[in-house]
Design a binder for this molecule. Structure first.
Ligand SMILES: [Zn+2]
Length: 336
């Protein structure tokens, strides 16, 4: 009898004690930061930041206030200038973390992609963490058709009549739904009307149509950010919000803008509890955006990924990959 009484009681008891000790050790090992890191990644096509500043854009301003901003994020590398200043190479760089000489997209024809060797950053995330849940919601079809991979949800939401204003509303609506009903690790939401309207009415802070497009997208940014904050589990989550654009514009275009600051300067916002505050102290590049997302999610780039970007705008330089360049690359990765 004693034998039976001891075994069922003592074994679970010591197991519980061991568990408690382990829990305490884990607690001590990772003090404040047991929250689950997540990324909301927002792309606004053809968006000049001087126009954002001229617009009534309180949602983007709030993200800047809760994070860090570069308004001269470079869309081209010093190393390679052989790609056009347009969306194909731009979004490829933003989503793969490498420049066009690697991903192979030099214009909007997508004739020689090398996404097999240099895939979308969702694929890098899943390579390390297969359980990550990845979402891509876009209206520019080539992202859906060519660039995205390793997505649990990938949707192109441009209506058949190519109403870009409605398309952006669809993206915001779907993003809100996913944030409310599912558990994304990273959600990429792309808005296209700013570029579309820039081509019709001019990419400039004095174009009232261009400004109105930015203001409509700003409302969508606010809707999506609100859905993020309203998640029942938000208190246990550590969301990083990244916002960028693939290029600016001048007149009603942006092709061949290698020497035009209004075209080749994009912007980069990194926002949230994990982000630094104020202006970036270093030059930033489009390819930094996905590497920053990966770093926030705890993913250190492997050397053989050959990423060109670096993690920027994150407070904690000690967490895996944060502020660190890929192994084998030095601070002058972007060229002299
Ligand atoms: Zn365009």
């Amino acid at each position: 009898m004693i034998h039976f009484r001891q075994r069922p009681f003592r074994t679970p008891h010591s197991a519980l004690r061991a568990l408690a000790a382990l829990a305490l050790a884990l607690l001590l090992a990772s003090p404040a930061d047991a929250k689950e890191p997540k990324v909301l990644f927002i792309g606004i096509d053809g968006c000049r930041f001087d126009a954002v500043q001229a617009a009534r854009a309180p949602q983007l301003a709030a993200l800047v206030a809760e994070g860090t901003l570069a308004n001269d994020c470079q869309i081209l590398s010093e190393r390679f200038q052989g790609s056009d200043t347009c969306s194909g190479p731009g979004w490829s760089s933003i989503l793969t973390g490498v420049w066009a000489d690697k991903h192979g997209i030099v214009d909007n024809k997508f004739t020689a992609p090398n996404y097999r060797e240099f895939p979308h950053f969702f694929a890098r995330l899943k390579e390390v963490r297969p359980t990550a849940f990845t979402v891509s919601l876009v209206t520019w079809i080539p992202i859906q058709r060519n660039i995205v991979s390793a997505a649990d949800i990938a949707e192109a939401l441009l209506p058949p009549d190519e109403d870009w204003v409605q398309g952006d509303a669809n993206v915001a609506q779907r993003a809100k739904q996913v944030l409310a009903q599912q558990n994304p690790t990273v959600l990429f939401a792309y808005f296209g009307q700013v570029d579309e309207i820039g081509h019709k009415h001019g990419f400039h802070p004095t174009s009232k149509e261009y400004i109105a497009a930015i203001e409509r997208v700003d409302v969508h940014v606010g809707e999506v950010a609100a859905a993020m904050r309203q998640r029942p589990t938000y208190g246990d989550e550590d969301w990083l919000v990244i916002v960028t654009s693939d290029h600016g514009g001048q007149g009603t275009g942006h092709g061949g803008g290698h020497q035009v600051p209004e075209i080749r300067n994009s912007f980069l916002i990194v926002s949230g509890a994990a982000a630094t505050r104020g202006k970036f102290e270093q030059q930033t590049y489009l390819v930094d955006a996905p590497v920053t997302a990966l770093a926030h999610l705890g993913i250190s780039p492997k050397a053989d990924w050959k990423l060109d970007g670096k993690a920027v705008g994150l407070k904690d330089a000690n967490v895996a990959g944060r502020a660190a360049r890929p192994a084998g690359q030095t601070a002058d990765t972007h060229g002299p």
